[in-house]
Ligand binder design. Structure first.
Ligand SMILES: Nc1ncnc2c1ncn2[C@@H]1O[C@H](COP(=O)(O)OP(=O)(O)O)[C@@H](O)[C@H]1O
Ligand SMILES: [Mg+2]
Length: 224
C-alpha cells in the first residue's frame, strides 16, 4: 500500500481538489483507494457525502489516529490512501509527511502563495519524503507553452529544494464544479482540459509511487 499526502499551509491552494481527483482516477485505474480527510473543514468528506458512487472509500479521522488508520487500511488490502489535510505547516502536517510515500504541495502561482510554501517545503525535506510542488489554478496560456505567470512561478520555485511537477493544473471552472457535484471532472467531462491535466498528474504520481509497476503487472499475469 502507498500513501499520498496533500500538504500546504495555505487554504485554497487545491489540496482537496487534487485529493478527490487523484482518488477517483486511481480508483478508476483499478486500485482500491481510500481518501482520508484530516481537515475539520470536511471539504472532501462533504464531497463524498454528495457522491452517489461508493468508491473511492472515505475515512474521516484526526492526525493523531493517522498511523493506525493507515495500518488498518494496509491490513485490509487497500492499494492507495490519499490523505487530505487542513492548511497547516505544524505538527500534524509533519506527521502526515512522515507517514507518506509521496507528498504533493499544491500552490497557486501568485507570489504571496509561493512565498508561503517555504514552511511546507521544510517539512517534506525534514521528513525525507519524495515530493512535488504542483502549480494549481494557473492562467490559460496565450500561444504555445505556459503563461508567463506560470513560467515565473517555476523560476521562483526552482531553488526550493523540491521539484516542481512538470504538469500544472489550469484555473478551470469544471474543477470548482466538481467539489460541489460529488464527482471528479474526469467523470462528468473526461475529455476536458481539466480532466486531461488531472490524468497527467495521476500518471506522475503513479510513476513515482510504483516505479517498477510494469514489471509487477507483467509478473501478476497467469503463466501459460
Ligand atoms: N484549478 C482550479 N480551477 C478552478 N477552481 C479551483 C482550482 N483548484 C481549486 N479550485 C477551487 O478553489 C477552492 C479552494 O480549493 P481547495 O481544493 O478546497 O483548496 P484547499 O483544500 O487547499 O483549501 C475550491 O472552491 C475549489 O473548487
Ligand atoms: Mg481542503
Amino acid at each position: 500500500m502507498k500513501t499520498l499526502a496533500l500538504l500546504s499551509q495555505k487554504g485554497g491552494s487545491g489540496k482537496s481538489t487534487l485529493t478527490v481527483h487523484l482518488g477517483v482516477i486511481a480508483q478508476a485505474a483499478g486500485l482500491r483507494t481510500v481518501i482520508l480527510d484530516l481537515d475539520p473543514q470536511r471539504s472532501t468528506a462533504g464531497w463524498w457525502e454528495t457522491r452517489s458512487a461508493e468508491t473511492p472509500e472515505m475515512v474521516e479521522t484526526v492526525p493523531g489516529d493517522l498511523r493506525s488508520v493507515l495500518e488498518s487500511a494496509r491490513a485490509d488490502g487497500v492499494a492507495l490512501c490519499v490523505v487530505d489535510t487542513r492548511p497547516s505547516a505544524g505538527a500534524d502536517a509533519a506527521a502526515a509527511a512522515a507517514l507518506a510515500d509521496l507528498v504533493l504541495i499544491p500552490t497557486r502561482p501568485a507570489i504571496f502563495d509561493l512565498k508561503a510554501i517555504g514552511a511546507t517545503v521544510d517539512i517534506v525535506v525534514a521528513a525525507k519524503v519524495p515530493a512535488f510542488i504542483v502549480l494549481n489554478g494557473t492562467p490559460a496560456a496565450r500561444g504555445i507553452g505556459e503563461a508567463s505567470t506560470t513560467a515565473d512561478a517555476r523560476r521562483v520555485l526552482s531553488d526550493y529544494g523540491v521539484p516542481v511537477a512538470p504538469v500544472s493544473i489550469g484555473l478551470r471552472a469544471a474543477l470548482a464544479h466538481a467539489l460541489v457535484d460529488g464527482r471528479a471532472v474526469n467523470e462528468f467531462d473526461p475529455t476536458s482540459k481539466a480532466a486531461v491535466e488531472m490524468t497527467k498528474l495521476w500518471k506522475l504520481t503513479e510513476k513515482t509511487l510504483w516505479p517498477n509497476a510494469q514489471r509487477s503487472v507483467r509478473s501478476r499475469r497467469p503463466s501459460r
